[in-house]
Design a protein around this ligand. Structure first.
Ligand SMILES: O=C(O)CCC(=O)C(=O)O
Length: 270
């Protein structure tokens, strides 16, 4: 049973919460069918993406099931508690960690906003298990409480994403992370300022998951949905989803299109 107040409390104190059974059997079947279709064509381009990891971006445009998931009322209820009204979808990607992958660099998902820590989160992330996440197959690892850390607490250059340029950094983080083992269908919701990473996959099977991420309405989104979701497709989406994609105004006028509300512009209305 989803308890938004308890989930909010966990995110505020340790930086993350779990929503067991987030995907019901029908959603899980649809997600797996969509990922069976989409996965298999890419490999990561660097250590951050993971050279033995496959990422498929813009899930929201790839299958209607992801449109439904992006609008899930449980996750949006948590966004309502941490982000300002008119928050945006900033990322929707599948992450498939293949056998042999090493741990990802520690990072936080809103690290590229140059605002000094400690600070509130600029984004709220989810990671949904499509396969069971285990300690051996690459379960996401979290450093509980690190969303409250200052710049000095973190130290080093952890923002580069490419590598940990501070040689002591990995050593200092060692032993602080815990692997979040969770059955397929579970949703891990975590603060954008929480340190975490994808784990190593020491099994002979891929670990599939997907991440839907939301950000403050005044922050630049990671994905540029105006380019990757064709307008023809965006017109068929719900008004809520259109707003999450950026067809919305953050008052007084952030996001306008030639002086008009962007949704009216999209739909060709006066
Ligand atoms: O795959 C995972 O478990 C985490 C991936 C992640 O944190 C990221 O790519 O930002």
């Amino acid at each position: 049973m989803f308890d938004p107040a308890a989930a909010e409390d966990e995110i505020r104190t340790r930086g993350y919460t779990l929503l067991p059974g987030f995907l019901d059997a029908e959603w899980l079947t649809r997600v797996r069918a969509a990922l069976d279709r989409e996965l298999g064509a890419y490999r990561g381009r660097n250590n951050f993406e993971g050279e033995a990891t496959e990422r498929v971006y813009t899930l929201v445009a790839r299958d209607p099931v992801f449109q439904d998931i992006v609008e899930d009322t449980r996750v949006l209820a948590l966004c309502d508690r941490f982000l300002d009204p008119n928050y945006l979808l900033t990322g929707s990607l599948a992450i498939c960690i293949h056998p042999g992958e090493s741990p990802q660099p520690w990072h936080n998902d809103d690290a590229f906003y140059p605002l000094p820590r400690p600070r509130p989160m600029v984004s709220l992330s989810t990671m949904v298990a499509v396969d069971d996440f285990t300690a051996d197959n690459g379960a996401t690892e979290m450093i509980p409480g690190s969303h409250l850390w200052s710049e000095a607490d973190i130290g080093g250059d952890y923002r580069s994403g490419e590598r940990e340029t501070d040689p002591d950094f990995a050593e200092r983080m060692a032993g602080l992370g815990i692997g979040i083992e969770m059955p397929a269908g579970t949703c891990l919701v975590f603060a954008g300022n929480l340190l975490h990473r994808g784990g190593a996959n020491r099994t002979d099977q891929p670990r599939r998951g997907f991440s839907i991420q939301y950000c403050q309405p005044w922050a630049r989104t990671q994905e540029n949905y105006f380019l990757t979701v064709p307008q023809q497709q965006a017109r068929t989406m719900s008004a809520r989803l259109q707003a999450l994609l950026g067809y919305s105004i953050h008052p007084p006028f952030m996001g306008h299109a030639a002086g008009r509300h962007p949704r009216k512009y999209l739909l060709g209305e006066d």
